[in-house]
Ligand binder design. Structure first.
Ligand code: DQA
Length: 147
């Protein structure tokens, strides 16, 4: 079975209580159960990591190279600032799908810029928790698994 890492960045551990008017009531644990089940239906093993620290996210991208076939990345606010995370993705040459719960293009101007998008195979945003399952569909398609 192909393995996918779902990597979440800063403040996403607070989902469920963090700005529910923007991010909804769904928790990270809810997203994990949803994605494990959906991944299984697609023939994908799904692993999860979350960190509030930029360097830890970079280490997780590096470590994924020898273990996983793809990464689904919600880099949180580092999406809009981290050249280092962008460089880490370019360095490992793994397919990355960028995800966001909210539609970053419909929010403040500073959220419109993504350092991840140019090194990702694509970006999915605006569908809440469903952004993650859509990203799993995209990964399965990219890896040539049945949809
Ligand atoms: C987010 C969007 C980012 O702009 C924000 O900083 C986050 C969450 C999302 O999933 O909608 O932390 O990545």
């Amino acid at each position: 079975m192909s393995s996918v890492l779902i990597l979440n960045g800063p403040n996403l551990n607070l989902l469920g209580t963090r700005q529910p008017e923007v991010y909804g009531a769904v928790t990270m644990a809810d997203i994990e159960s949803l994605c494990s089940a959906h991944g299984q239906s697609l023939g994908l093993t799904v692993s999860f990591q979350q960190s509030n620290h930029e360097g830890a996210l970079i280490d997780a991208v590096h470590a994924a190279k020898s273990v996983h076939s793809a990464i689904i990345l919600n880099a949180g606010a580092y999406t809009h600032s981290s050249v280092a995370l962008m460089d880490a993705i370019s360095s490992v040459e793994l397919p990355v799908v960028e995800v966001h719960l909210s539609n970053i293009h419909a929010r403040e101007a500073f959220r419109h810029k993504s350092y991840i998008a140019p090194v990702a195979i694509g970006q999915i945003c605006g569908f809440g928790a469903r952004s993650y399952t859509l990203a799993l569909d995209a990964v399965a398609g990219h890896l040539g698994l049945a949809q």
